[in-house]
Design a protein around this ligand. Structure first.
Ligand code: HEM
Length: 275
């Protein structure tokens, strides 16, 4: 009886807690996992390479395009309006500048992303249409991350890649935010003002865990791309749109298949003559 009462109280206390506290709590383990992905470890060790960073920018471009389009479209939705800060937070334009700096004016034709990025974007667009009240989870995961660890990562990246100026690093800069810490406080209070039913709140918390999971999968996908294709797509002027269309280990490229086909045909013809 006593235990039942205690469980009830803690469930109530849990419900009464602010969304910003709850979301931080439920994503704690995921944050540790994200920090420990190979890509994030390269950043933290000061070993991030230009191909890694360029490839990350490609995925961030697709992700922020989806996220910001959905936030814009739902900007007057009651669960989005309080956390809608395009002037302070929007990243798309900055990423476009960075991509142009590294890839040149035809950067749009050089974008390559792993399938994990496409899945992440698909989810963002889906919830933008079906459950805009969950966008807060995705906006929190990306923007508060960028304003937290992201700030340190930007400085490390500049050193690691030996970039002289801040060119190519505008993704990390938030000119509209004079104090990231104060802004994060404001953002948390706005998150806490969003009115959600218990069911919607649980959904948003689940979505935040999912958002971290998507990021982890994107980072892992990028590392796989780098280990499979090396720097080839970074340094050449390939026009491929998504790496999932590239040849991966375990598959036979169309060229090898054609050569094998010709070989078999030739052997068959020669066999017929021999008869
Ligand atoms: C090298 C990797 C990373 C490092 C070193 C790092 C570090 C940090 C630090 C120091 C904070 C501040 C914690 C606090 O104020 O209590 C933070 C907060 C945060 N990080 Fe990361 N982070 C990393 C990667 C990521 C990634 C990949 C994501 C998500 C995609 C992320 C999302 C967040 C979020 C949402 C917060 C805000 C937590 C809150 O105050 O509610 N971080 N991170």
């Amino acid at each position: 009886m006593e235990t039942e009462k205690r469980t009830q109280i803690s469930a109530e206390q849990m419900d009464n807690r602010d969304l910003s506290e709850q979301i931080k709590e439920v994503t704690k383990d995921s944050h540790v996992r994200a920090e420990n992905t190979e890509l994030m470890l390269s950043f933290q060790r000061g070993q991030v390479t230009l191909p890694q960073y360029k490839l990350l920018l490609c995925s961030l471009y697709e992700i922020y395009q989806a996220l910001e389009e959905e936030l814009d479209r739902n900007s007057s939705h009651p669960a989005v309006a309080p956390i809608y800060f395009p002037a302070e937070l929007a990243r798309l334009k900055s990423i476009e500048n960075d991509l142009e700096y590294f890839y040149g004016s035809d950067w749009r034709e050089k974008i390559v992303v792993p399938t994990a990025t496409l899945r992440y974007c698909h989810r963002l667009r889906q919830i933008g249409k079906e459950n805009p009240e969950f966008l807060v989870a995705h906006a929190y995961t990306r923007y508060l991350g960028d304003l937290s660890g992201g700030q340190v990562l930007g400085r490390i990246a500049q050193k690691s890649m030996g970039l002289k100026s801040c060119e190519g690093l505008s993704f990390f800069a938030f000119p509209g935010v004079s104090s990231p810490n104060l802004f994060k406080q404001l953002y948390r209070s706005r998150m806490n003002s969003v009115e959600l039913t218990a069911e919607e709140r649980n959904g948003a918390l689940e979505e935040a865990v999912r958002a971290f999971e998507f990021n982890i999968q994107v980072f892992d996908g990028l590392q796989k791309m780098l280990s499979v294709t090396g720097n080839e797509h970074q340094e050449s002027s390939t026009n491929s749109k998504a790496v999932h269309s590239k040849t991966l280990p375990g598959t036979i490229s169309p060229m090898i298949r054609m050569v094998l086909g010709l070989f078999v045909a030739l052997a068959t013809v020669m066999g017929l003559y021999a008869l």
